[in-house]
Every structure is written in C-alpha cells, then in structure tokens.
Design a protein around this ligand. Structure first.
Ligand code: ADP
Length: 716
C-alpha cells in the first residue's frame, strides 16, 4: 500500500517543498547577517582609518561593501514579496549564490585595500575577518555551495595578501587559516547534509499527518453519508460505531445504539447474535449474507451483511466491523418474481396439459371421421359429387389430424416428455421414404423433385423424428413454391464429422426481416391464406433438431427461393452394415380375400362408434371378427372360442387392454398376436404395450392400409 504521504504529495511536489524551505532559510538569515556586516564594516573602517597605506583605497572598499550590502538587501526584500511559485521558479537562488560570492570577494579585498604596515592593525583586520567569516557560516551552511562561494574568495585573497609580506607571523597565520577553511567547509558540509535531512523528514512527517487527517475526514464523510449501515462492536457485541445509515435503517439513534446491546435487538432470532459472534471469533468473515432483521419499531427487514473481525498487532480479535445494506425491497421483488415465475410455469404447465389432453381427445372423433370417410371411398355406388365431398372431408380431416399431432408434439416438447431414440440413421432409407411420401404432392404442383436417393452415409438421429423434420421442410419447399419450380435435397460432408442436409427450393423466398421470426411457433409470416398450414412445423423441427444435438438454419432471397439446412453428426463416406439392411417396409401385398376370411379375429373396444368403424374396416379387408366391450368380456369369449388375432383398445372399463394382454400371456397363451389400438402415437405408449406382451401397436385414426399390413404381417 502507498504511504499516506504519497497520497497527499507526489515526490516531485515534496522535492519542490524542500527546495523552497532551503531557499527561505538562506534568505531568512540575511537581515541579521547584512546588518552585522554593515556594523563590522563601519567599525573596521573607523579603527584602521589613519593607519592604512591608502585612505582612498579604504574608502573604495567601504563604498563597495555598502553598495553590495544595499543591493543584496533589496534582493532579499524582493524575495520576501514573491509568492511561493515565483520563489520556486525565479532565479533568486542563483542571485543569492552570486551575491554570496561577491560578498566573500569584498571581504577578501579588505587586506588589500585597507592594508596597514602596522602589525596590530593587520591583526585587527585579521580577527574581524575571521569573525565575519565564522559568523556568516552559520547562515550560509544551509547550502554547501554558498559556504564555499563566501569562504574561498575571502580566504584566498586574505591568505595571498599575507603571503606577499613573507613574514613568519603571517605565514603561520596563513597556515592556520587554511586549516580553518578546510575544517569549516567539512563541518559546513555535514551541517548542510543534516539540515537537508531534517527538512526532508519534517516535511514528510507533516505531509503524512496531513494525509492521515484528510483520510480521516474522507472516512468520516463516507461513513456518515453512505447508504450502508456501518457498525463496529466489541467482543461483548457492544456497539462502538453506529453511523447515520444505521440510524436510518434500524431506527436506533447513535446514543441508543452505543448504550444498549442493539446487536441482540436487530438480530431478533434467539441466540442469533451470539452465533454470529462465535462464527466471527473463529475468524470466519460474512460476505453478502442476507439476514432477517428487526427495526426499533418492530418492522421486519432484510439486510445484506458484510462482517469482518478487527485484530490487534498480535492478531488477537478485538472487535468486529460490519456493513449492512437494506435489501428489503430487492428481497420482496425477488419473492414476487419467483412467485410470478412459478405461476407462469404453472399456467404454462396447465396450457401444455390442456393442449395435450385436448389433442388426445380430438383423435377419437377424428378416428371415426377419417375411418368412415376412408371406408366410403370404397363404395362403388357414389356419385361424382358425393366422391368430391368425401375427398373434401378427408382433406380437412387429415389437416386437422396434422394440427392435432403437431400440437401434441409441441406440448410434449415443452413438458420435456418427448423421448428420442438416437441411432445411426441411414440417409438413403430416410430419403427414399420421404421421396415416396412427398412425390405425389410435388407432382400435383407440377414441380420437379430432385432427391438424391443414392446418397451413402448416416447421421446420428431419431429415425422417425428426422423423417418428420425432412417431410416438414420438403412439404414447405413444395407448398411455398411457384408453378414449374423445383425442390432439391442435397447432402454435404462438413468438418468435424458433421453432415449437412440442404433442402433448396425456387419458391417465393422469405424477406430478411422475416427470417428472424421463421422458427417462432404459430407464426405463418405472410403465408397466403390459400396455402394450408399451422405455423408450428418449423418451430417443432427446430426443437427436434436441437434435441438431436444438431442445428437448423435457413438462407433465403425474396422471390428467388430458400435453402433450409439441417446439420447433424454423421458421415457420408463410410458404408456401414446398417445401410444395407434397409428400414423401408416391405412392399405391401394385396389382401387375399380367401385367406383373410378364414381367420378369426376378436376385437375389444368400448366406444360404439369405433366398434362400428373397426368392424366395417375389417369387413372391407375381408376379415370376420367378434366384438366385445371390454377386457373381461374378451377373456370370457376366449374360453370357448379360439381366435387367430386380438385387436384391443387400451382404455376400457373393468379390464383394460394392458391387463387383458398380461392375463392372456400369464395364462400361457404366448402365440396369439395381440395388436393394441391407441389414441397416442408416443414411443412410450408402444413400449408400454410391448412390455405387457402385446405384439404391435397401431394408432388412431386407423389407416386402412396400416391395418391391412399389420394384420397380414401377423396372420400370414
Ligand atoms: P406452416 O404450417 O405455415 O407451413 P411452418 O412452421 O412449417 O408452418 O412454416 C412457417 C412459415 O414459414 C410458413 O407459414 C411460411 O410463411 C414460411 N416458410 C416456411 N418454409 C418456407 C419456404 N420454403 N419458402 C418460403 N416460406 C416458407
């Protein structure tokens, strides 16, 4: 840490102060030394007048002496009138040095100009000069240079005058003078060093004191004006410091706080203050802990505390210093935010639950609508108009089913209930399946569809969900395309084992501003109302791709087309075993009515409409079936009749589909194919069915072809 003095004065400022002090000391001695010099000059003049060789020379000396003293006195006076900066900046120091040198020379002229052949007068002059020189030294020794400047000319001139006479007394005196000069200068140097050191120490001490004083002033100001409560207390928890903010926050005045043991009052819980004290005595500081406190008026507030121990020079704890910030408002806001977040989460959960159950419930009536519509298409006696109406019902029903499925997906993703089964997905399989599903749509819109079904390679993904994403992107590329446009699917190998699947169209394109919103749910941008859609396909696709640890993106130019891409971990170069065993379902064969009719099927379904539908569907496919309303009836029926296959709804009264399958397997019938009909298409539903011993699960609304293929798979 910097010393306090350095906080107050920089080194440069300190040096300036020292210089100023020195120069003031030099000039400070001038009034006395000048007056003394004038008096001594006059005394010498009067004593030796009448005995000197040349009185004119003595008068000249007197004139020079008085002139020099006069000029130096004026200089000294001018110096005293200057301000600090001028005193520092002006050449007064140089002037003083020159003046001192001239004064020394003048005294050195005395033995020359005031020479007397009488030995006693020479001795008198000698004594006076030594006295003057010795006296001057006390004022000049503050600076080593001034001392030398005065002493050397005066003594050299004096000694040289004495040596000219070549008298043994003068020679001896000269020798003594030389010794005197040497010791004077040596002593002067020491005095000079000490004086400098003293000045420095004194100024440093002064500055340090000033800095400490300032620090105290600043601290006092901070302590009293800060919004932080600053509190100090001893080991008995008695308060020794209590600032304005503490008064404001806790309501106790400074006087009350110092007299009472307020720490126990503001920490209202039992033994809390003592526990705090104990904690601190173990040298554990408290930093930013929010503690519940009580004010004088009994109000509960929350403060953020910072407490540390104060130790003496032996590192023994002598007390504690604490800062507390009133964070009641912040705490209340936080609680309100947490509460509203919880409420929002609850509302969101309720929304997801509602969407989930609503879309689930919608599937049951949709099963009837789509199922019967599909059956009607097999009727031969329908007029063209009736067939067109049926086609409209079928289209609308399928759109509704798509919407229900998407909403169900969205709700499940939001609830975190969507589970993926990640595997190596052979691209060629996925692309082939997408191609065959999407081609009719492209043909209808007269678009050329270029899907490279020769692609080798794989990506790590959930097969069904990847197909869902691809179909969404491909159907969008077709829907939002222009007449005779094209849609292509390309794959690229990127660095770090990433495969990019691109779906490029030559359609309407998307403006740059709208690209930012494209993955928001229920945002159809500016899609024409004539184009069917729900606005959630891309949002689901994005979430699905991200769940598969991939990325999805788009680049587009208005009226030129768009390129949607999906990046997933994978490789295009490695031919793997799984590529060879295609996932594509084997081509379905037409039902053989003779074989079909010879099989006996039992159907367990409680919903009357669904009963009629499934019976009609089975009849259309050439099968005969018995119908029961629940699992219990099915078990009873199977006692007397041997069935080739059981189709069962899962949710039924008395004995549901799961229990029914479990009981059949437990009773030892391992071979009977049991097919579940569920309203949910979720993988976990399928897993649940397989777990209780069912062979397969088909989802409502039951598609006639799916039903046909499944029955054939298990009956043939
Ligand atoms: P939608 O059911 O409306 O197709 P999506 O979530 O799949 O819902 O797409 C959201 C919107 O993004 C669409 O309504 C459409 O405006 C725009 N969009 C999607 N794909 C394309 C595309 N290939 N070309 C132009 N616009 C597209």
């Amino acid at each position: 840490m910097d010393s306090p003095s350095s906080e107050y004065l920089s080194t440069k400022q300190l040096e300036e102060q020292i210089r100023l002090e020195e120069i003031r000391l030099l000039y400070g001695g001038t009034p006395f030394s000048f007056s003394a010099s004038v008096v001594i000059t006059l005394i010498i003049y009067n004593v030796v007048l009448g005995h000197v060789v040349s009185e004119t020379n003595l008068n000249i000396w007197l004139f020079i002496m008085l002139s020099v003293m006069f000029v130096r006195s004026i200089d000294s006076y001018l110096f005293s009138k200057q301000d600090i900066q001028q005193q520092l900046n002006s050449s007064c120091r140089t002037r003083f040095f020159i003046g001192t040198g001239i004064a020394g020379t003048c005294w050195g002229l005395l033995p020359w100009l005031g020479f007397s052949p009488e030995i006693e007068y020479i001795s008198f002059i000698l004594v006076c000069m030594v006295g003057v020189i010795a006296g001057s030294l006390s004022t000049l020794s503050f600076r080593w240079e001034t001392q030398a400047l005065f002493l050397l000319p005066a003594c050299i001139l004096l000694i040289s005058r004495l040596l000219i006479e070549d008298q043994s007394f003068f020679n001896a005196t000269s020798f003594v003078l030389i010794v005197f000069v040497f010791f004077s200068l040596t002593a002067g140097k020491k005095i000079f060093d000490n004086t400098q050191q003293n000045i420095r120490l004194r100024l440093e001490a002064y500055n340090r004191e000033r800095a400490i004083e300032l620090l105290h002033q600043k601290q006092a100001l901070h302590i009293q004006s800060t919004p932080l409560a600053i509190i100090e207390f001893d080991l008995e928890l008695t308060i020794t410091e209590w600032n304005n903010a503490a008064e404001k926050i806790f309501g106790y005045t400074h006087k009350e706080a110092l007299n009472d043991n307020v720490m126990r009052l503001i920490l209202p819980r039992e033994n809390e203050a003592e526990q705090l004290g104990e904690l601190l005595l173990n040298y554990k500081s408290i930093s930013g802990k929010v503690i519940e406190n009580k004010t004088k008026s009994g109000e509960v507030i929350f403060c953020e505390w910072y407490i540390t121990t104060l130790t003496d020079d032996k590192k023994e704890i002598v007390g504690m210093a604490a800062m507390a910030l009133d964070v009641t408002d912040k705490k209340q806001n936080e609680t309100a935010i947490i509460k509203s977040k919880e409420e929002a989460e609850k509302a969101n959960q309720a929304k997801s639950d509602f969407l989930s159950s609503m879309s689930h419930e919608l599937r049951t009536p949709l099963n009837a609508i789509l199922g019967f519509t599909q059956l009607l298409t097999y009727e031969k006696a329908l007029t063209e108009k009736q067939q067109s109406h049926i086609s409209e019902i079928s289209n609308a029903g399928n759109l509704l089913l798509e919407l229900v499925n998407q909403i169900l997906d969205l709700a499940r993703i939001e609830k975190g209930h969507l589970q993926l089964s990640m595997e190596k997905v052979t691209l060629v399989d996925c692309f082939n399946e997408c191609s065959s599903m999407i081609s009719p749509l492209a043909e209808k819109r007269h678009l050329s569809l270029n899907i490279n079904t020769e692609t080798s390679g794989y990506v790590i993904a959930d097969y069904t969900r990847l197909k869902q994403v691809m179909l969404n992107l491909l159907s969008n590329a077709i829907k939002y395309n222009t007449e005779n446009g094209s849609v292509s699917l390309k794959v690229l190998q990127k660095e770090n084992g990433i495969v990019r699947i691109c779906i490029i169209d030559t359609g309407t394109g998307i403006s740059t501003e709208m690209l930012n919103e494209i993955f928001q749910p229920f945002n159809r941008l500016n899609a024409a109302s004539t184009i069917e859609g729900t606005g959630i396909g891309l949002s689901i696709s994005k979430q699905l791709v991200e769940m598969m640890n991939g990325e999805i993106g788009v680049s587009s130019k208005l009226n030129e087309g768009s390129e949607f891409w999906v990046e997933l971990t994978g490789s295009l170069n490695i031919m793997t075993a799984i590529e060879k065993e295609s996932k594509l379902p084997a081509a379905s064969q037409a039902p053989d009515e003779n074989t079909a009719s010879s099989h006996k099927i039992l159907v367990a379904e409680d919903n009357p409409t669904n009963q009629t539908l499934i019976l009609s569907q089975l009849t259309t496919l050439g099968y005969t079936a018995d119908m029961v309303k629940n699992g219990q009836e099915a078990l009873n029926k199977m006692v007397n009749t041997k069935y080739d296959l059981l189709l069962t709804d899962c949710n039924m009264p008395l004995v549901d589909g799961y229990k029914l399958a479990k009981t059949i397997r437990e009773r030892g019938n391992k071979l009977l194919p049991i097919i579940a009909i569920t309203a949910d298409a979720f993988p976990e539903k399928k897993a649940e069915c397989l777990k209780v011993g069912m062979n397969e699960q088909i989802t409502k609304p039951i598609d006639l072809n799916t039903l046909k293929n499944t029955l054939e798979k298990y009956l043939n």
